[in-house]
Ligand binder design. Structure first.
Ligand code: B16
Ligand code: MG
Length: 225
């Protein structure tokens, strides 16, 4: 099957798909929560993946049973982002996840339009740091989107930009909320990570190493047969 006949556009999440910044978000949130006398583990962290900065803090405070004034809430967001930016300040393109650069290069060579669909307000500067900005035709991120994942707005902005139906676009996501956002918007999705965690996705890869976009044909075989 000619994969290019089906794959009209690809939409990539950033944190946990293109680069392993997810671990830095986790570290920064955990340190902030520690300051409130609350600790959380990787299982709880799954709930924060793909969630905006403010919504992540609300989730943490709810579970910790802590109430903050608006001013303290805003200061906590600044503090978390300050620590996060410190953790990623020495990051460079060596931190691009294995196989990603090759995969993006194949897509671009085959003239498949690419978009970034990330909850992060730092997305554009991270792509610049990784020297990946030129791969993307459109960026939908935490600065442009009002309704975060699992609402599909992040991805719908991308399909709208390309003038495509969501069903013609493939979303690559590492978070449960991101996969739900793809589903809610009518997109095909490939989970990046654990199959059990991302069971709602049409397909799941542990990563992009050894993967080729022609394998995306299997998504369309499933839906057309
Ligand atoms: P920032 P993604 C998301 O990025 C992260 O998964 C999530 O942990 C983070 O809270 C969110 O971005 C906001 O990031 O604080 O940089 O604006 O996975 O949607 O690319
Ligand atoms: Mg992510």
């Amino acid at each position: 099957m000619n994969w290019k006949a089906h794959v009209k556009a690809c939409i990539f999440d950033l944190d946990g798909v293109i680069v392993d910044t997810a671990k830095y978000h986790f570290q920064a949130w955990r340190n902030l929560a520690k300051g409130f006398g609350f600790s959380f583990d990787e299982t709880f962290n799954e709930k924060l993946k793909g969630v905006s900065r403010a919504d992540s803090l609300t989730l943490i405070l709810d579970v910790a049973g802590i109430e903050l004034s608006q001013e303290d809430f805003n200061n906590a967001l600044i503090k978390k982002n300050y620590e996060y930016l410190g953790l990623i300040q020495d990051m460079d393109k060596r931190e691009i996840l294995p196989g990603v650069l090759r995969y993006l290069t194949i897509l671009v060579k085959n003239e498949i339009p690419l978009a970034l669909g990330s909850a992060s307000k730092n997305a554009r500067s991270i792509l610049e740091t990784l020297e990946l900005l030129d791969f993307f035709d459109f960026i939908s991120d935490g600065n442009s989107v009002k309704k975060g994942k699992p609402h599909p707005e992040t991805f719908l902005a991308c399909s709208k930009y390309f003038g495509l139906d969501p069903s013609e676009c493939i979303v690559f996501e590492d978070s449960i909320k991101g996969i739900k956002a793809a589903k809610n918007g009518g997109f095909q999705s490939v989970g990046i990570g654990n199959k059990e965690t991302l069971s709602l996705a049409e397909d799941c890869y542990l990563g992009f190493d050894g993967k080729h976009p022609q394998q995306l044909s299997s998504l369309f075989n499933q839906t057309t047969s």
